[in-house]
Write a protein that binds this ligand. Sequence first.
Ligand code: ASP
Length: 586
Amino acid sequence: MLRTHTCGELRIDHVNQEVTLSGWVQRVRDKGGMIWIDLRDRYGITQLIFDESKTDEKVVETARSLGREFVIKAGGKVVERFSKNDKIPTGDIELDVESLEILNKSKVPPFTIEDDTDGGEDLRMKYRYLDLRRGPVRRSLELRHKMLQETRKYLDSQKFMEVETPFLIKSTPEGARDFVVPSRIHHGEFYALPQSPQTFKQLLMVSGYDRYFQIVKCFRDEDLRADRQPEFTQIDCEMSFVEREDILATFEGLIKHLFKNVKGVELTEVDRMSYDDAMKYYGSDKPDTRFDMKFVELNDVAQGKGFNVFDSAELVVGIVAKGCSEYTRKQVDELTEYVKRPQIGAKGLVYVKYNVDGSLKSSVDKFYSQDDLKTWADKMSAIPGDLILVLSGEKNHTRNALNELRLRMGSDLGLRDKNTFKALWVLDFPLLEWDEETKRFHAMHHPFTSPLLDDLDKLDTDPGAAKANAYDMVINGVEVGGGSIRIYDRGVQQKMFDCLGFTPEEAKKQFGFLMDAFEYGAPPHGGIAYGFDRLCALFGGSDSIRDYIAFPKNNSGRDVMIDSPSTISNEQLDELSLGVKKLQEK
Ligand code: ASP
């Protein structure tokens, strides 16, 4: 070994020991007679000291020749430090260097390898291997490692078996677009990379594997959006002979285990909410329940008083911002501008200030008396000192907009603390979603999700009204996972494909293997997948999943370090029967 210890290991107890360390030069301080070097590796930093009056001349000379990020090996005696550094665990000691060897030189790195670096995002991504040397990035990946280990520990303890499923599969319409891989041997044919191992894990249930999991890469060729990665990792799970309650209990268990063992946080009970309530009270299927500020619908008290904007609206709905009655004109105008931004798209914002003296002042005083406004306030449980904010218009649009405003107010009022964690199951999603453009239903979750038992008949009569036996886990307003109880009967699955507008031939071509399997004793089963990168980001208190991926793609789906995607040679194209060369020759 080129070292006896790591750079994070030595303590006061090691004083007087002869040791050898290897690592990277973080910093050289040359004060004439004395030279100090911070030596860094994955485990920490240890200070090396060279004293011109004592240290071998050659060693001092070598020390003077070192640059940032040189890789060196230093041997010597551990000594107690004169001025201790309580900011690092090795701060009580330093290494009095007796021998020094340069293992490799380094060019000057394009940005400083410090916690606060001077490198911009693009540069750091291009030199990601240097970025990975930085403390914050390393700590994020250490967190991810711990999450991986604890996930495996918990699932293994619950008798889940880790099974790998293939990456080269067949293109299926599962929501997003597939990444496809041309086959060289089978001209004109393509594999697809899995959007998830969904059908394979269901087949494993048919095979009797009973409890499956896999921490697995999934691939979706979706439109670019900030912080969306074309490849990402899921904790993918499936169980047999279970009902919804069993799944919720098992996977609440996983989340609680992770919070406890990775963060030392005891997660309180996981609340539950129906999809309908989530939309009605929070305007979102992933409400942030760290704070209340529930929507209150005001149609019955606000309509019919001559204010046309409200009278013509499908929905009039508001929230109460506690203690904000003294917001200035400027602050309220700013909120109005916020909701009118094109991304949110509200036409305007109505406010009512419930002043501390009990009077009410609104932006629609022309149409509403003090008594009218008092009725609103009572309905919303507002008290003097509060500010009421009201939006109106088409139902879904207005709910969306008020959701944004609620989140904004939550942030402004400091109600979205990163160290508070509120987990929630959202249940009973609609099974299908009507798509105006294609004039057909889409599966809201995926086509293998079972309807609620009571809604089975609706597949024949009113498919749009059927609820799914599906669940999402939401933590602090982030959807971290989702799954469902599956269809395991061939007839029901066929019916589901009918509802989705598949012809029997199409269904057979795409999913015949699954429907065939259902004829050989498929057990009742269900499962879930957690978005692993997102879970890591949540645990790490960051909004960016990229920080938790060793080699992520940038916002436009590129890996700027290896320069991918990239073109391939005409020879390769020809081999894959995608070539233009042959055409050109003709
Ligand atoms: N395969 C689903 C997904 O990727 C999760 C599940 O239903 O288990 O969202």
